[in-house]
Design a protein around this ligand. Structure first.
Ligand SMILES: [Zn+2]
Length: 145
């Protein structure tokens, strides 16, 4: 974000927000490039709305279906100990969900990934490319939605 960007600049309107692995007319799924948390994704609404209750009921349900399909895909591919789902948006008030696979030995466990790290190193984990994740999201939608 340059110095000339206005106060109204929204990072999620101005950029994809990561590698897009799947999208439809409502939202996109991006993979976050984080070595310590492979499989970290965000489900981002295309439109700039602040809260889930700014969406129609149908859109809310559709967005949740996408989120749960991504959860299925990430569980299948990465087999984490836990999935964290979070919608904060304090910094970027544009509806988006964080989906973060967690492991008992990850850097922040059992605290949120935004908290103070609990350990210096995290084991190397399998890395999966965006194509594999996108394919798995499509498969999850076929069987669960
Ligand atoms: Zn926005």
């Amino acid at each position: 974000m340059g110095e000339n960007a206005g106060l109204d600049y929204c990072e999620l309107c101005g950029s994809p927000g990561g590698e897009v692995v799947w999208e439809n007319g409502l939202c996109r799924v991006v993979m976050v490039d984080d070595q310590e948390y492979p499989g970290f994704c965000r489900v981002i609404l295309h439109r700039h709305l602040r809260e889930m209750t700014d969406l129609t009921q149908k859109e809310r349900a559709q967005l949740m279906n996408v989120l749960f399909a991504v959860e299925h895909a990430v569980r299948y591919l990465y087999q984490p100990d836990k999935i964290n789902l979070a919608s904060l948006g304090n910094m970027t008030p544009h509806v988006h969900w964080h989906l973060i696979p967690r492991w008992r030995d990850d850097r922040h466990f059992p605290y949120p990934v935004w908290a103070t790290p609990q350990r210096a190193h995290t084991p190397q984990r399998q890395r999966i490319n965006g194509r594999q994740l996108g394919d798995q999201i499509i498969a999850a939608m076929r069987t669960t939605v």
